[in-house]
Ligand binder design. Structure first.
Ligand SMILES: [Zn+2]
Length: 385
C-alpha cells in the first residue's frame, strides 16, 4: 500500500472574504500536497472554514442576516479563491455542517468527559472579541489586545473546564523527543517556555445565553462548545471521526503537517495535543508555523482595516504570479510585507515572471497567462525601455 500523507491548513474564520494571509497558508499547503502526490504518497489535503461563535453572530446581525446565510455567502468567496489559486484540496470542512462536523466534535467531547478531564467551574476573565479567546492581563498592551488593538471585555460565567494543566509534562516530552515536531525550532522553544511558565486549565464551553451560534454540549443544551474547541476538532471530524464512515480517519490520522499561523501556536501545540492525549488519539507529527503577511508593517486584521482582499489581489495579478510570489518572495517562517505601493502591477509582474524564465533561458513572455492585460502592459513597457 502507498504511504499516506495528511496535511491541513487552519480553518479560516468565515466572517469576511478571505484575506491574503489565508491565501498564503493555503498556497504553502497546496505546494506541499502537490509535491507529496508527485512523490507517490496517497495524500489528503484538508482546509475549511470556522463558522461559529460570538463574533460571527454579531457581524451577521450587524449585516441584518441570519448567521447561516451570512457564512454561506462568505464561504462562496473561499470557493472563488480556491478556484483562482488552483488549490488542490481534497475536502473542505465547514464547522456549521451538522452532518459531517458535529458528530466528531461531540464524540471527542464525550471522550474527554468519560476520561474525567472536563469539570464545571466559574470563569472570571478578560475576553478579546477579536481573538474569540480569553486573554491575560500580562498579554495586554496599554489595556488592549496587541493583535486587535481593542480592549477586552470582563466576563464571569459558568463553563466546562478542561484539565489542560495535567498534560504539560507529556506535551513537553513529545516536543523534546520530536514525536510532535514543531517547525521552526524557535517556535518549539516558544511552546516549551509557555509550558515552563505553567499552564492552566482552560474553558471549553460558554453559556448559551452568550453564544447562540455553535455546537451544543451533549446532554447540556444550556452550554455551547467554545469556538476554539469546535474549530480544532475539524482535523478529525473531517476524516469521519465520530461517524460510522470513519475509514479516512483510520487511514490518514495522525496529521503529517498542521500548517498554521504563529498567532494560534498555543492552541495547536498545547491545547490540541492535550485534547488528543486525553481522548487516546495519536498526536499530529508536525506543526509548521508560518509568519504573518503584514500590510504596511502591521498585521492584516479586519479590526485594523488594512486587509488585502485575496480574490481582488489574484484577479489583478494572476494566480501563477501570486502563487510564485507568496512561495518565493516570503520566508515561510517569518513575516513578509505586502503593500500595493510596493507591488505595483508592473514591478510585481516583472519580478515574478522574470526569475524563472531567465533561469530557463526563455523570454518571460512565454509564461504569461494568455490575454493577461497587466502582463502585456508590463511587457510592452519593459520592451520600450
Ligand atoms: Zn485579540
Amino acid at each position: 500500500m502507498k504511504e499516506k500523507f495528511f496535511i491541513t491548513t487552519s480553518i479560516a474564520y468565515a466572517n469576511a472574504a478571505p484575506h491574503i494571509g489565508y491565501a498564503y497558508e493555503v498556497t504553502l499547503a497546496d505546494i506541499i500536497a502537490r509535491y507529496k502526490r508527485m512523490r507517490g504518497f496517497e495524500t489528503f489535503f484538508l482546509t475549511g472554514t470556522d463558522e461559529h461563535g460570538d463574533k460571527i453572530l454579531r457581524t451577521a446581525r450587524d449585516a441584518g442576516k441570519a448567521p447561516q446565510v451570512f457564512v454561506d455567502e462568505n464561504v462562496k468567496k473561499f470557493e472563488v479563491l480556491h478556484e483562482l489559486l488552483a488549490i488542490s484540496y481534497d475536502y473542505f470542512i465547514r464547522t456549521s455542517d451538522k452532518k459531517n462536523h458535529w458528530p466528531g466534535a461531540q464524540a471527542l467531547w464525550q471522550k474527554l468527559l468519560v476520561g474525567n478531564d472536563l469539570y464545571k467551574g466559574v470563569y472570571k476573565g478578560l475576553y478579546c472579541l477579536g481573538c474569540e479567546a480569553f486573554i491575560t492581563e500580562k498579554e495586554l498592551v496599554d489595556g488592549k489586545c496587541p493583535n486587535h488593538n481593542i480592549a477586552p471585555e470582563k466576563i464571569e460565567e459558568e463553563n466546562y473546564f478542561f484539565r489542560l494543566s495535567k498534560y504539560g509534562p507529556a506535551i513537553q516530552k513529545a516536543i523534546e523527543s520530536r514525536e510532535l515536531n514543531i517547525i521552526p525550532e524557535s517556535r518549539a522553544r516558544e511552546v516549551l517556555s509557555m509550558i515552563n511558565e505553567g499552564i492552566h486549565d482552560v474553558s471549553l464551553s460558554r453559556p448559551e445565553r452568550d453564544v447562540l451560534w455553535g455546537i451544543p454540549v451533549p446532554n447540556e443544551p444550556k452550554q455551547t462548545m467554545y469556538v476554539w474547541y469546535d474549530a480544532l476538532s475539524n482535523y478529525i471530524s473531517a476524516l469521519g471521526y465520530g461517524r460510522t464512515d470513519n475509514e479516512k480517519f483510520k487511514r490518514f490520522w495522525p496529521a503529517d503537517v498542521h500548517m498554521i499561523g504563529k498567532d494560534i501556536l498555543r492552541f495547536h501545540a498545547i491545547i490540541w495535543p492535550a485534547i488528543l492525549l486525553s481522548a487516546g488519539i495519536p498526536l499530529p507529527r508536525q506543526i509548521f508555523v508560518h509568519g504573518f503577511i503584514t500590510s504596511g508593517g502591521r498585521k492584516m486584521s479586519k479590526s485594523i482595516g488594512n486587509v488585502i482582499d485575496a480574490n481582488e489581489f489574484i484577479t489583478e495579478f494572476g494566480s501563477e504570479a501570486v502563487r510564485y510570489f507568496l512561495a518565493r518572495e516570503i520566508s515561510p517562517t517569518e513575516d513578509g510585507d505586502i503593500t500595493r505601493e510596493r507591488y505595483n502591477p508592473r514591478e510585481f509582474y516583472c519580478r515574478v515572471q522574470r526569475k524563472p524564465c531567465e533561469r530557463a533561458g526563455e523570454p518571460y513572455l512565454a509564461h504569461a497567462p494568455d490575454g493577461d492585460a497587466i502582463f502585456r502592459r508590463c511587457y510592452f513597457k519593459a520592451e520600450g525601455e
